[in-house]
Design a binder for this molecule. Structure first.
Ligand SMILES: [Ca+2]
Length: 307
């Protein structure tokens, strides 16, 4: 079962490369950097998100004066670089050089936040110790250092983040492609809280060295609170090697879940930018039940979005 999943994942990733990276197989991303398990965080790479010592003690307090750190005022969002409600029924939409690529998921009419279609992410059912993978990548088409991303995420009533060590699952990743040789790189990750809800945390790299997980937020996703959730993220790279001003923010239904404005997230000289992202992705925990999440109404912007 696991081998079949792995073979399928490898096939899909390799296929995606043709469109995304010109068939450069040495840039195999999740295959190359972790033997096909997807771009996961090493399970023992850092302390658990509830370990407050994981915060960089040397970092100064967040700089609330950073002008671009706050959300937009409601109703005044500038037109985004890219938006997709999936009502085309496929992943063919591109806009301002931003395009979908490298997916293991597809557009579906099973459930939608807007119209009839959304992106369908199917996980499980997995046996004990087995993993799951459902991931959608987006190529930004340019080097970026400051981005806003929003989408609606559907959490099903049977969502249960099982304890099946390692049990960290990807929620969102932003990086300098390819992932396997990334410069700037950060993730939002989901952790099991004991078999039901997921805790949200973030981790990011400084010159390719990953730090611990920080800014954990309990009960971020739970089958006891199913339905559509509006997710808004703002990520800005650290301005320099000693900038201490990287921004990592996430809101759920307008409520701040993570708010870091002093991240040491320098991506290295010449690689301190991001040009690719992915939504959801590798699940180390796997799912006992067939668990289907949906994403709709994606927006990607260089200017603030209303959470
Ligand atoms: Ca839709």
């Amino acid at each position: 079962m696991a081998n079949r999943h792995l073979a399928w994942a490898l096939l899909l990733v390799a296929t995606g490369l043709v469109a995304c990276e010109g068939g450069a197989l040495e840039d195999a991303g999740p295959v190359a950097d972790d033997g096909g398990r997807g771009p996961v965080d090493p399970p023992d790479a850092g302390p658990r998100p509830d370990d407050a010592s994981a915060r960089d003690a040397a970092s100064p307090a967040p700089d609330a004066s950073r002008p671009d750190a706050g959300p937009a005022d409601a109703g005044v969002d500038a037109p985004p670089l890219f938006s997709d409600d999936f009502e085309s029924g496929d992943l063919g939409h591109s806009e301002n050089g931003v395009e979908w690529c490298c997916n293991s998921v597809s557009v579906s009419d099973e459930r939608a936040r807007s119209g009839r279609y959304s992106l369908r992410f199917s996980f499980g059912p997995d046996g004990p110790g087995e993993d799951s993978w459902a991931e959608q990548r987006v190529a930004l088409g340019r080097p970026m250092t400051d981005i806003w991303v929003s989408y609606a995420l559907y959490v099903p009533a049977n969502y249960a983040h099982r304890d099946d060590s390692p049990s960290n699952n990807k929620f969102f990743a932003l990086y300098h492609a390819p992932y396997s040789r990334s410069g700037f790189s950060m993730n939002f990750t989901l952790w099991s809280q004991g078999g039901g809800p997921s805790e949200l945390a973030t981790t990011y790299a400084y010159e390719r060295v990953w730090g611990g997980h920080v800014a954990a937020r309990a009960d971020f996703m739970s089958g006891t609170d199913p339905g559509w959730k509006q997710i808004t993220m703002h990520i800005a790279a650290e301005s320099g090697p000693e900038g201490r001003d990287g921004v990592i923010q996430l809101w759920r239904d307008g409520e701040s879940m993570i708010d870091i404005r002093d991240a040491r997230s320098w991506g290295g000289e010449g690689t301190n930018f991001f040009d690719e992202a992915y939504i959801l992705g590798w699940s180390n925990s796997g799912f006992t039940e067939h668990t289907v999440l949906f994403v709709d109404d994606v927006r990607i912007s260089e200017t603030p979005l209303t959470p």
